[in-house]
Design a protein around this ligand. Structure first.
Ligand code: SF4
Ligand code: SF4
Length: 509
């Protein structure tokens, strides 16, 4: 195996025998074969929606911490072979990251693939809600084909930015799907304590799963809690009306080993990030959608016009003890574009009067390594006249700190899941209009972004495609970015790594 798609790749260069994430070598190799098959379907297939959905879901399933199940990938490859004439020999001899020998071309092609993986995840969430865009399907195919062709570094660099451009379109589509289906998120105090009923903890990004689970647990005496990236669901009007939605339990994905143990109830993983479960709670974890792990129970997909059947896990939950309390109080959420723009006048006035000096976008990912304490320290050290704009699980590094507010505007404005970084883009664009600026970079906004996996790669490319400059990216720069490609990113966009809180504060604030 060779995999270097995420931030915690071994020694900052690549996982070879097994993944730091827990992915086995055989699974990584099967994922490579699946990606190769997708490229060939894009090239030789019949361009049907069925093929596009197959490609979209295959790409999504290979994202870090989504699916660890070898059987799943072998079955998927068998399924995909029906679309085109292709031999196993072809697949086995041509699959894999290392097939491109030129280090810079490989870097650019893999950046395209990882950005597309993130894009396909968001596209799938929209598709599940009945929203699709054939132009985006065609774009995915076109770009997959590009990675099989002889292209110059300049041509591939242009394609990398195109991925970002289509990333914005895809996040906009998902935003439309989520808000038209479940309403615009509202500023909400989310409870982080527990009640004395058995519970189900739901994690991941799939709001349709969330809705159906709430509907099916209504009146059963089983409470629902969110975990990790599902926290923003607490701010949607369609979910707030359920009495059994208690709030959020615990922190971000990497804390699940300890927190799932103490939750006592049933856990439902709807997307990533799944951490290989401990034996002590493994029997209480269910997967659904594209998530998979050998030995975990899986809730199958819904039949047409029907809900998924969550009855097995609801019955299981009834026999479990209530969750152990980890903490108490509230955290604020629900500051997506609609909420923030509804008080845009107040925000603009606060900036003009100097009450707010700067916005710092600290969106992105959290991760398990100690070096990410930097983000807590950075948030704590920010001057009191700055506001943090966030989305994604990076927020757990500072969303429980007592950072206060500025004239009633909380100092941490959480737009939601990582796909809701789209909200931050809309907010920045509207502020630029309000200040009559011709360049988004003239706004009093700085970017200190944390990344972990491929959806964050897409978000980063989306910001670059909009011309955002001087982004600080940490905790480490991607291993798949070669020195020459990095030089282009530095020269063209001023991308930097992070150093220490003091130095970066000086540069960013
Ligand atoms: S996803 Fe990350 S940790 Fe897992 S094998 Fe790939 S690079 Fe390693
Ligand atoms: S914020 Fe990052 S780690 Fe969390 S789900 Fe999104 S891309 Fe993954």
């Amino acid at each position: 195996m060779f995999c270097y798609q995420c931030e915690e790749t071994m020694n900052g260069s690549g996982c070879t025998n097994a993944g730091m994430c827990g992915k086995k070598g055989a699974v990584a190799d099967a994922q490579d074969r699946l990606i190769y098959l997708c490229k060939q379907i894009a090239k030789k297939g019949s361009n049907t929606e069925e093929e596009s959905v197959f490609i979209m879901r295959s790409m999504f399933s290979t994202i870090t911490n989504v699916n660890f199940d070898l059987e799943y990938f072998n079955n998927r490859i068998t399924e995909g072979k029906k679309f085109i004439e292709i031999t196993d020999e072809d697949i086995y001899s041509n699959a894999g990251v290392q097939k491109e020998e030129n280090v810079d071309l490989k870097s650019l092609k893999e950046t395209i693939i990882y950005g597309l993986k993130g894009l396909c995840a968001y596209l799938d969430h929209a598709y599940v809600l009945g929203y699709k865009d054939d132009e985006i399907f065609s774009f995915v195919r076109k770009l997959l084909i590009t990675t099989t062709e002889q292209k110059s570094a300049e041509e591939l660099t242009a394609m990398v930015l195109k991925v970002g451009e289509f990333g914005v379109k895809t996040m906009a589509l998902l935003d439309k799907a989520n808000t038209e289906t479940y309403g615009n998120p509202e500023p909400t105090k989310v409870n982080i304590g527990v009640r004395n009923n058995p519970g189900i903890l739901i994690s991941g990004h799939d709001l349709k799963d969330m809705h159906e689970l709430l509907e099916q647990t209504k009146g059963t005496g089983v409470d629902i809690y969110t975990h990790g990236e599902m926290l923003p669901a607490n701010s949607y009007p369609a979910f707030k009306k359920y009495d059994n939605l208690v709030g959020n339990y615990g922190g971000s994905w990497w804390k699940q080993k300890e927190e799932f143990e103490r939750f006592n109830g049933v856990i439902l993983m709807t997307t990533n990030c799944l951490v290989p479960p401990k034996d002590s709670y493994k029997d209480r974890v269910y997967t659904t959608g594209l998530v998979g792990f050998e030995g975990l129970k899986h809730i199958p997909d819904r039949d047409e016009n029907k809900q998924k059947d969550f009855s097995a896990l609801i019955e299981h939950a009834k026999s479990c003890n209530p969750p152990e309390q980890l903490e108490e109080g509230n955290i604020m959420g629900g500051f997506a574009h609609n909420s923030v723009l509804s008080v845009a006048d107040k925000v603009v006035e606060a900036v003009k009067s100097g009450t707010i000096k700067k916005f710092i976008v600290m969106a992105g990912c959290d991760g398990r390594h100690k070096e990410r304490e930097y983000y807590t320290q950075f948030a704590e050290a920010l001057p009191k006249d700055t506001i943090i704009l966030t989305a994604g699980c990076a927020k757990y590094r500072y969303n429980k700190l007592p950072l206060g507010d500025i004239g009633g505007i909380p100092r941490v404005l959480d737009a939601g899941q990582c796909n809701d970084s789209y909200s931050l883009i809309v907010i920045a664009q509207k502020l630029a209009e309000a200040f009559e600026l011709d360049d988004i970079n003239k706004l009093p906004v700085s970017y200190n972004i944390a990344w972990y996996e491929q959806k964050a790669v897409l978000v980063l490319l989306a910001l670059l495609s909009l011309g955002v400059k001087n982004i600080h990216l940490g905790p480490k720069l991607p291993a798949f970015v070669s020195p020459e490609v990095l030089k282009v990113l530095v020269d063209k966009f001023g991308i930097k790594g992070i150093t220490n809180v003091e130095t970066d504060m000086e540069a960013l604030v």
